[in-house]
Write a protein that binds this ligand. Structure first.
Ligand code: AGP
Length: 609
């Protein structure tokens, strides 16, 4: 998830772009760059590291000029480096592009352009766009961009400038956010309103399949097929100082709402559009290795551990490989016996968690091959693993992990389906249904976020209770564990997760009117048993919030308050269940007035044992 900006007008474009990038830094911060056109000539500066480094360069060596585009990067393809940072240029250096998203078919386009004589400098997917536009340019940069878009597949928000036509910015969007800021005698392009709010409160929100030609005094909007369109300007309701979080009160809330975009980025290029197979080259495992696997050991901490538990369930169920999932600290403590053909899977949002890194080293020292499911590109865990699948969630600022969790589960589910495909251990019809359900997750997330007001009402009803139980079974025991962790770590309410089957072995003694229970009872293998648990609790006057499927009327008599989730295969349900439980924890903590983005005693990344 990166940030793009553009400016055209009478003022110094590079400075305005830099200020815009500063407000997008939450979207990515491993490298940044700006391209300026002045007197018909392109000038580009790029720097690795924090955006501040680019700012210092601009202060020392100003880049005056009325037209510029800029980019702050969250590496997806190609590690953080000056060469890989944007803007990317055509061979002749006369066309510059900045891009947020993923060009899924970049490899084949790159091969084709290379064969036609184009020389690439970076390992990124984005550079393909610059060479493609150069190839298709015949005197009209807008038409060249539209023709390039016709052959690109994936997700993009792009801004393009050229020395040939130094009076305009061309911008276009598919699946990655893009706005056009409306000024007076000057105009702006940006990934989101946060980047332009200090300059204007009026924007055009660009939708999928739309493009724009932006000049100093005019903004023309089109479909990417070329038809002109008209839009009403959107007036930004919040003040400039709220910029980085946009209209969100906390980064955690923003990141909960970024999950549809993050899920799309995670899925992009990894499940074919026809849902007929999973593609995970970066796993770095041959079909023979996958067929030869005798054991999988997953390991992580906190939320990532809960994702690992879902992954363990999926791998064992679908790929029929014995699997276990250890807390990273516990894995080291038990001096595990690692037999031949064992695969380690380490999961980490930051890729820097010391416990998980040490567990990785333990597994490797004992002969296991290790792959990582990580968010932060080029992190130490990514570097020390034999294979890496990045979850593409973009930077996660809030200490409580949300979009990384659903990205980790999505990735682990794809790995499990991929293993089952290779080992032929599940019927193709079942795998196809799962691939389709995974592809539908972003849209289901949009629907679940639309239901947020229902969760707010629950928070308003339960926020004062100090004790809660979260119950689940099977693949949704980890969902209960994650829901409880979210609540306790940001609201400081005691929340304990339990396997519902364990209630009769002790915890049911806790049940009373002051202890509410969140019970996960979606349609599936353990549904009937969950209903039984809910009846036992309510018979003892314990309030029950039931996480249940839309349309399930029969269960309503066994709960006090429902959290409704759209139906989906039980094996995919941990992804959809996560969102309302994140929102419940968030709104309870918000009503309690807690410091949600920096909860007491916690840090975003635990780089000590
Ligand atoms: C999750 O909300 C917590 N912030 C914490 O449990 C976190 O998941 C854990 O520290 C692991 O971090 P990692 O994913 O960066 O390795």
């Amino acid at each position: 998830m990166c940030g793009i900006v553009g400016y055209i007008g009478p003022r110094e474009a590079a400075g305005i772009c830099y200020e815009g990038l500063r407000r997008l830094e939450y979207r990515g911060y491993d490298s940044a760059g700006i391209a300026v056109i002045r007197d018909g000539r392109m000038d580009v500066v790029k720097r690795v590291g924090k955006l501040r480094i680019l700012g210092e360069t601009l202060a020392a060596e100003p880049m005056p000029g009325p037209l510029a585009i800029g980019h702050t990067r969250w590496a997806t393809h190609g590690k953080p480096s000056e060469t890989n940072s944007h803007p990317h240029l055509s061979c002749d250096g006369k066309i510059a592009v900045v891009h947020n998203g993923i060009i899924e078919n970049y490899a084949e386009l790159r091969d084709q352009l290379t064969a036609e004589g184009h020389e690439f400098k970076s390992q990124t997917d984005t550079e393909v766009i610059a060479h493609l536009v150069e190839k298709l340019y015949d005197g009209d940069i807008f038409q060249a961009v539209l023709k390039a878009i016709e052959v690109m597949r994936g997700a993009y928000a792009i801004a393009v400038i050229t020395e040939h036509e130094p009076d305009k910015i061309v911008a276009a969007r598919l699946r990655s956010p893009l706005v056009i800021g409306i000024g007076e005698g000057e105009n702006y392009v940006a990934s989101d309103m946060a980047a332009v709010r200090q300059e204007t409160d009026k924007v055009y929100v660009i939708d999928d399949g739309e493009a724009a030609i932006v000049t100093r005094d005019d903004i023309k909007l089109f479909k990417v097929t070329g038809e002109p369109i008209a839009k009403d300007p959107y007036v930004i309701p919040w003040p400039a100082e709220a910029a980085a979080k946009g209209e969100h009160k906390h980064f955690m809330h923003k990141e909960i709402h970024e999950q549809p975009e993050a899920m799309r980025a995670c899925l992009a290029g990894r499940i074919t559009e026809a849902a007929d197979r999973v593609i995970l080259e970066s796993l770095n495992m041959t079909p023979e290795e996958i067929r030869g696997l005798k054991k999988v050991i997953l390991t992580a901490c906190g939320t990532a551990y809960h994702a690992g538990l879902v992954g363990r369930f999926m791998i064992e169920k679908l790929a029929r490989i014995p699997a276990e999932c250890d807390l990273a600290a516990e894995l080291q403590a038990r001096d595990p016996v690692i037999l031949d053909n064992t695969l380690g899977i380490v999961i980490s949002q930051s890729g820097e968690t010391m416990d998980t890194l040490l567990a990785l080293r333990e597994l490797k020292a004992k002969g296991a091959k290790v792959v990582a499911v990580v968010n932060r590109v080029d992190s130490v865990i990514a570097r020390e693993s034999d294979g890496v699948v990045y979850i593409q969630a973009g930077p996660e600022i809030g200490v409580a992990s949300t979009k990384a969790y659903t990205g980790q589960i999505l990735t682990l589910e794809m790995i499990a389906v991929h293993f089952a495909e290779v080992r032929q251990t599940a019927p193709e019809a079942e795998l196809k249904a799962l691939r389709r359900a995974l592809l539908a997750c972003p849209d289901q997330a949009v629907e679940l976020l639309r239901r947020e007001p229902d969760v707010v009402k629950l928070a308003e009803k339960y926020w004062q209770l100090h004790n809660s139980l979260y119950l689940g079974r099977g693949i949704n025991l980890p969902s209960a564990m994650e829901g409880a962790l979210k609540l306790k770590e940001i609201s400081y309410v005691h929340a304990e997760a339990y396997s519902a089957g364990e209630m009769k072995h002790g915890p049911i003694a806790l049940v009373c009117p002051d202890l509410y229970t969140v019970a996960i009872a979606v349609q599936g293998q353990v549904y009937e048993q969950m209903v039984g648990n809910m009846q036992e609790i309510r018979a003892r006057s314990g309030p029950v919030i039931g996480v249940v499927n839309d349309g399930d009327e029969a269960i309503r008599e066994h709960l006090d308050d429902p959290i409704l989730v759209p139906p989906c295969p039980e094996l995919v349900s941990p992804i959809t269940i996560a969102l309302p439980l994140q929102l419940l924890a968030y709104h309870i903590a918000d009503i309690r007035g807690e410091d949600i983005d920096q909860p007491r005693n916690l840090a975003k990344t635990v780089t000590v044992e």
